[in-house]
Design a protein around this ligand. Structure first.
Ligand code: NAD
Length: 474
């Protein structure tokens, strides 16, 4: 199969304009898929379908148990079709298939979590005076537009879709133009699992056209966005015109602090997370802050990074970057850092679409390579004289997505965890996400949380009801 559709109201269609576009594998050039080049008209039709599906109550008025039923069936289906999802994801993103063996089981687990949550969300009740009972009822926020990036398309879409459906919302999903396949397959599977038509619609196309049209549509109640901070700011400004709710999962420049008493193995294992998906992951530890000389850790890290295998095959450790444009940006930042005096301890630029996993030392704190998200396999070493200094360096800059600390001193780690300005702090580990725990950012890394019960709340509005029972008959 090489062609995929737009899905509106449960029907598979082409773009209103009839236009299509292609996605090719970033390393092999092989054709991965052909997709409708959606436009403003397709976006409008999809929003209208989601609006009707919300307003007529076909999903909102189901019981939590009914919503859970559809979601549990979806989880089973994801597990059954795990190999297909993994192959599609690997080919469209370029990530070696061996790195995403967990994909279907993890996504199914998230869906099962929200299926359970669909049956539990409840409000509060209290007597506000001896004669007045007040209670809150969580209601679905309404029509949700979910806009997702290309780096982990299925995971990042499922975080939104599973929570929004559990809450009783309807959706229009706009996947990144490079990577729509697994999102379209997800919508197909939802229909097969009994989701009513119109509840989850998918429109493919560019962010500038389809994304913009969706975000400014007055019939949309909420935009759930994951992507770069620059686009997130644009989305927030556009949504402000009609006070559309927004949640934003944005970029990061996350620090890993290594104290002198850290186990080198623990520290190096955490630092190596910088190179997963060729560094194209929002919460990679892209800054390694060494307290003390850190020789052991750095030597071990450079040795292991040097042994990582770059390639496009299923077993490669570091795959290609998503496209030539992105490769050019990453290599540009890397060359600029080297020209400014950064020492390359291992790695460096390679011809497109690859960048060797790279560790840079000797970079001034105010350089772009230290401040900006590279979204490539590049780790920068920073030096701190003590923990206070390390925390100061860690908190410098605009982002606040994740932070980590490797140490044998749990007291120091907990003090640091309190002081680090980051949505997630990992102690002696990195990059574990569980459906039960929320994820999100401080500062320029975003607004709101996904996953956990907080991730369900993001799709609910509390309604307050007050009643004076004794006045019934007066
Ligand atoms: P991007 O911002 O370029 O695009 C994200 C999505 O927004 C895509 O679907 C795109 O088509 C759409 N879009 C683009 N312009 C738009 C507009 N004007 N209006 C509406 N939608 C528009 O990001 P990307 O390059 O696809 O992804 C990489 C970025 O995503 C990185 O910055 C990364 O840190 C971030 N990210 C964050 C998280 C998180 O959970 N915090 C997770 C993954 C990726």
């Amino acid at each position: 199969m090489t062609s995929w559709p737009i899905i509106i109201d449960g029907v598979e269609v082409g773009a209103a304009s009839g236009g299509v576009y292609e996605r090719r594998h970033p390393a092999t050039g092989e054709l991965v898929g052909v997709f409708p080049d959606g436009g403003a008209e397709d976006a409008r039709r999809a929003v209208q379908a989601a609006r009707r599906a919300f307003d007529d109550g076909r999903w909102r008025d189901t019981t939590g148990a009914e919503r859970a039923g559809v979601l549990h069936r979806l989880a089973d289906r994801l597990r059954d079709r795990g190999d297909a999802y993994r192959t599609w994801e690997s080919r469209q993103v370029g990530i070696p298939a061996g790195q995403i063996g967990w994909l279907a089981s993890y996504c199914a687990d998230v869906v099962d979590f929200f299926a359970g949550a669909a049956r539990t969300h409840a409000g509060r009740s209290l007597w506000t005076s001896p004669s007045t009972l007040g209670f809150t009822v969580p209601e679905p926020v309404g029509v949700v537009v979910a806009i997702t990036p290309w780096n982990f398309p299925l995971v990042l879409t499922i975080w939104k879709v599973a929570a929004a459906l559990a809450a009783g919302c309807t959706l229009v999903v706009k996947p990144a133009s490079q990577t729509p396949i697994t999102v379209i397959e997800l919508a197909r599977d939802l229909l097969d699992c009994g989701l009513p038509p119109g509840v989850c619609n998918v429109v493919t196309g560019s962010g500038a056209v389809v994304g913009e049209a969706l975000v400014t549509d007055p019939d949309v109640d909420k935009v759930a966005f994951t992507g770069s901070t620059a686009t997130g700011a644009r989305v927030m400004a556009a949504a402000a015109r009609s006070i559309t709710r927004v949640s934003l999962e944005l970029g990061g420049k996350s620090p890993l602090i290594v104290l002198p008493d850290a186990s080198p193995t623990v520290a190096v294992d955490a630092a190596l997370e910088c190179f997963v998906n060729a560094g194209q992951q929002c919460n990679v530890p892209s800054r390694l802050i060494l307290v003390g000389d850190g020789h052991d850790v750095l030597d071990a890290l450079v040795g292991r990074v040097g042994r990582l295998r770059v390639g496009a095959d299923d077993d490669a450790d570091v795959g290609p970057l998503v496209d030539e444009g992105h490769h050019g940006r990453v290599v540009g930042l890397l060359r600029e850092a080297i020209d400014e005096g950064a020492r390359v301890l291992v790695g460096g630029p390679k011809p497109a679409p690859f960048v060797a996993p790279t560790v840079l030392d000797g970079v001034d704190e105010d350089r772009r390579i230290v401040r900006e998200e590279v979204f490539g396999p590049v780790l920068v070493v920073q030096r701190a004289k003590d923990l206070d200094h390390a925390i100061e360096l860690a908190n410098a800059g605009d982002y606040g997505l994740a932070a980590g600390i490797a140490t044998g001193d749990l007291d120091a780690a907990l003090v640091a965890a309190r002081r680090l300005r980051a949505g997630t702090v990992w102690i002696n580990t990195w990059n574990r996400t569980y459906p039960e725990l929320p994820t999100g950012g401080f500062g320029a890394s975003g607004l709101g949380r996904e996953l956990g019960l907080e991730g369900l709340d993001a799709y609910l509005e509390p309604k307050t009801v007050q009643v004076e029972p004794a006045r019934r008959a007066s």
